[in-house]
Design a protein around this ligand. Sequence first.
Ligand code: GAL
Length: 381
Amino acid sequence: MKRKMMKAMTAVLLTAALSIGLVGCGSTKPAEQAEPETESSDEEGGGEEERTGRIGISMPTQSSQRWIIEGNEMKNQLEAMGYTVDLQYGEDLVEHQVNQIENMLTKEIDVLIVGAIDSGAMTDIVKKVKDSGALVIAYDRLLMNTENVDYYATFDSIRIGELQGGYIVDKLGLEEGKGPFNIELFAGSLDDNNTALYWEGAMNKLTPYIDNGMLVVKSGQTDMNQCATLRWDGAEAQKRMDNILSSAYSDGSHVDAVLAPYDGISIGVLSSLKAIGYGSEDMPFPIITGQDAEIPSIKSILAGEQKQTVFVNVKNLASVAVTMADQYLSGEEVEVNMVDYYDNGVKKVSGMAIDATSLDIENAVDELVGAGYYTEEEIME
Ligand code: GAL
């Protein structure tokens, strides 16, 4: 039901798409709106408004390229508008992230944009942030079990899972009645709210074929909790795949598909497969999905190893969060396309959801270079 509503809303709203491909169907204001700190400097910037205000950006880690791209993108955009930005990375240590935000508070931030390491572990710190009077924007990962989140900037996560599951269905020819095929399933980190949404989307596509026997999970591990990968760590995924291969595939049967929700996991799974000889004519690589269009994965796709990734244009997501912060600090209404929608256990958070694109060997270079996301040299070198 929710899903249908969302689709319908998105369809209606597409007509009002903004330049970066977003839509805005509603706007809400947080209860305590700060005094806008806007001033104009007509002499400089050709009549453009020069803003003031301090924004803290707390990102989860630099171990995945995407957060570096979007952290820098937000910082550059906001600084170009005149804001002061404090960008920090928690390096996947919750305590570290909390301390960094504490530190931002001593410098009196007006807005916090936070991509949580652990979606549920931020309740105390975001309460402090709200108590200080700042706006809280959850970035990519929702802040769970707290009232103290104003907006959510996100991709349409269920749709991302559907792109991954749907790719496997397509490439194996399941709709044409081909099969049975062996598949293994990987999920993300259980402390990340997106994990269940990606899983839901992927399983929407895969479950009918698991149920009718055309997809066989030889490990027997079909529960999200069994398939999870703490902190999205590729080495963890590699270990789990090693175990699966030695326990369920030692009879020589072939893995035909692997659902992987994120490129780091896909690369870990590939290492495990390569170690036992996959990648030859007799043992072709399975259909392996992914997400984030990281350079190692794009190279892997072009080499015929990983088969797909979902391109979440994080520069666009960065622009969403920048616009939210800027609208708020300029005293404008904050635009959202999902009103009171994302249930975090305590409230339904309003947000802006943007779409993602499935990439494989056919379209990866064109899409990524076309979007100005990477240069051809970065991908090809
Ligand atoms: C998720 C995010 C994914 C991927 C993953 C690993 O929260 O939605 O796109 O980046 O983290 O960092």
